[in-house]
Every structure is written in C-alpha cells, then in structure tokens.
Design a protein around this ligand. Structure first.
Ligand SMILES: *Cc1c(COP(=O)(O)O)cnc(C)c1O
Length: 404
C-alpha cells in the first residue's frame, strides 16, 4: 500500500454517517427531584450556582445540625459530638442530593458520614499505616519506589471518606487555601531526582485546587525532562462532578501523557453527572483507572463489583486497583478479609471482561503487594518434567507440562 492509499483509508471514517462517540452529550438532569431538593435545602441557589463547583465547596455540609436538616431521617447512627482532632466530615450538596435519592441506610451513607464505630480503636490500627511520614524526604513528597513519587499537593478534599488512609493528614487541613510556594521543595526534589519518571499528584484532592494552581503544578512537572508521565488521584468526578469543566479539560490536555485514578466505591455513585464527567475526561484523552477499597458491609460482594466495573467500562474507566482497607484508627468495622478479596477476584476473572478485573492489593509500608486467588493446585517435578495442575475460572483442571 503506497502512502496515498494510506491517506485515503485514513480519511474514510470522516465521510461515514456514524457520529463519533464523543458527540453524544449526556444532558445534565434538571429534574423535579433535584429542583425540589434545591428548593428545600438551598432555596437561595440558582441551578447555575448548583452547577458551579466553587458554590458546591462553599456550601458543603460540615456540621451535624445541617446534616440532620438535609439528610435527617435517611442516615444512620451519626456521631453527635465528635472528639477534637477527629477526621472532619464534608459532604457536597451534590453528593447529599445523590444520597437523598438512595434508600434509607444505603451503604454509601456510612462511607462518608461518621458513625459511632469510628470511636472504636484497636491496637493493630495506626495513624499512618503506610509509614508515609517516614518515607517523606521533603514536605508533601512520599518517595517509596525508585522511579515514581507521590506528590501531595493539598490536604483539602471535597469529601472525607471515613476509611481514608491519609486521615492523619487531611484532618489537619480543612481550609482550601494553599499557596504555590508550599510546593517548591517538592518540585525541587523531583527535579533533583532523575530516577523519578512518574509523578502521582494526589492529596487531599488536587482537583479542589483552582484551575491556575492545577496548571501551575502540571506546567512545572511537565518541564522536568525526566518526568515521563503524570497521574492525578481524585474522587472529584464522584462527589463533585461539576468540577470537570471544559476549561479544566483544555488545561489538562496540554500536559499529556496524563493519567487519572478515580476513587469509586459503589455502582450507585455512577449518576448521570458522574458519567458525564468521566466521558469529558476520556474525551480529553486522559486514560482513566479506578481505585476502590474493599469495605465490609459496603461493597463486599461479587455482584456489587461486577456491576460497578461493568458500568465503569461503559464510561471508559478501567478498574485498576482493588485495595484491602488500610488499618487506620476506627476502621475495624470496614475491614473485609483477604479471603473476601480473593472471592471478589475469583468472581470476576473469567466471568466478565478481563478489562473489568482490577489487581487486588494490600498497600503496606513496604509498598503495594498484589495478590491473586490460587489458580495452581499442585506442582509435581519428575524426571525431565515439571507438571503444573491449574484450575480455570470454572474450577476445571488443566495440566500444564514443562519439559526441563
Ligand atoms: C501507590 C503508590 C505509588 C504508585 O504505585 P503504582 O503501583 O505504580 O500505581 C507510588 N508511590 C506511593 C508512595 C504509592 O503509595
């Protein structure tokens, strides 16, 4: 095929009648239910304000009285008087609306609203289970692996998950203001470490920063020659999807290759708004991965993950990691067993698209440890042969023979 032919075949799809997938806009809902919720709880707000992420942050629910007024009878055993230094709570009006549409005592309530269980601390739990404080050479950098570094650019988050591994950090910072100079030692550290080829920008939630701050961080990182890729870790598309604006996409697009890991917990988080946000991110060329935490009583069954992952693939999010829950103080009630993790992976692998199968990991002070259920039933070495007895996803045996 000569270059002219290549040119022609390349042009062909443009003349087709099928519109590209990117043009399918999901309209934002302005349904009666949402209007009623706004009228009842934010009567001064216009729909434009509702769809403005800064309004969402400013009007987030952080006080028990307000929580009771908005979600009142729907939530379960809230802590009324939280001890000093306890992880604060923060719920965007958007996420409060989403919760209000779910059934009473829906598991998502307990992921974000404090319950009395948090006050139960056991001795196996620690403030900083990943030992991030000691792995931090300069403020805001965690450097555990030689070739990649974690850059915690803000302690602020638009939602404080009750099992947050960085609760020790985020609880100390409830204000959204960060000044650019706070990042300087982090930039310098990455600049001076040519081994770092992958920077994970996380926090807190980096997407709670202003557009110009996000651009400043990406600009500085992109100008470091040895930084090959940048990643952003966020929960914003789930708890504040209106933050994903076309202006932000135009900024991020300039700094590719940029990946994004989004924290999802449950299929009921995938509202029309969240789907739209993920589609905008994917249309901006950002490869999307999901990170989930296996949580007892919240999402610890195969069907929940099958539905979550199937629906994530539909909005171009590839399940990346399924984490065992870190043992932060007050997390005992969330702890699922490692066997439960195996059960989830076993229920996915072979039973649904391989793309829907994340890696199950235990994150530790020694790095992430990736675990698989056992697919090897036995290994027998005889004269000249090594025979593996495997099992497939349906428990059928398969003999794999190596000649040695
Ligand atoms: C999770 C993590 C990374 C990234 O790990 P990947 O397996 O590459 O996604 C890097 N640094 C730290 C400190 C981490 O916790």
């Amino acid at each position: 095929m000569n270059s002219q032919n290549l040119q022609q075949s390349h042009n062909e799809p443009e003349s087709s009648d099928v519109p590209p997938a990117a043009e399918k806009e999901i309209p934002l809902p302005t349904n009666n239910r949402l209007n009623n919720f706004i009228n009842e709880n934010y009567s001064e707000a216009s729909i434009e304000e509702w769809n403005d992420w800064k309004w969402q942050i400013k009007n987030s629910i952080t006080k028990t009285d307000r929580l009771n007024a908005v979600l009142g009878n729907k939530k379960n055993d809230t802590i009324i008087n939280m001890p000093e230094n306890h992880l604060p709570f923060r719920i965007t009006p958007y996420f409060a609306y989403l919760l209000s549409t779910l059934e009473d005592n829906h598991p998502l309530y307990r992921t974000i609203i404090p319950t009395i269980n948090e006050l139960n601390h056991i001795k196996e739990e620690t403030e900083d289970p990943l030992n991030e404080i000691n792995m931090s050479p300069v403020p805001n950098i965690v450097h555990r692996y030689p070739d990649r570094a974690l850059f915690l650019v803000t302690g602020f988050c638009s939602a404080y998950c009750r099992y947050c591994t960085r609760s020790h950090m985020v609880s100390k910072r409830t204000s959204i203001t960060v000044s650019n100079s706070e990042w300087e030692s982090g930039f310098k550290y990455i600049e001076n470490n040519p081994n770092i080829r992958d920077v994970i920008v996380s926090g807190g939630d980096p997407l709670t920063l202003r557009d110009d701050q996000i651009e400043y961080i990406l600009y500085r990182l992109r100008n470091i020659k040895h930084v090959e890729m940048i990643r952003i870790g966020t929960k914003v598309p789930v708890v504040m999807p209106m933050r994903i604006t076309s202006n932000l996409m135009n900024i991020i697009k300039k700094y590719h290759p940029l990946y994004m890991s989004i924290h999802f917990t449950h299929p009921d988080e995938l509202s029309v708004e969240t789907q739209k946000a993920c589609n905008m991110l994917a249309d901006a060329g950002i490869p999307l991965g999901s990170q989930s935490v296996l949580l007892k009583g919240i999402n610890d069954d195969v069907e929940t993950f099958k539905e979550l992952y199937r629906n994530l693939l539909k909005i171009r999010v590839k399940p990346y990691y399924l984490y065992s829950c870190d043992k932060i103080p007050g997390s005992y009630h969330f702890q699922a067993t490692i066997d439960k993790g195996f059960e989830i992976i076993d229920g996915l692998r072979g039973h649904t698209s391989g793309y829907a199968c994340p890696q199950f990991v235990v994150d530790t002070s020694k790095g992430k440890i990736s675990l698989l259920p056992n697919f090897i039933k036995s290994i027998i070495e005889t004269d000249g042969h090594k025979t593996y007895l495997f099992r497939n996803y349906n428990n059928q045996e398969y003999e794999h023979i190596e000649v040695i």
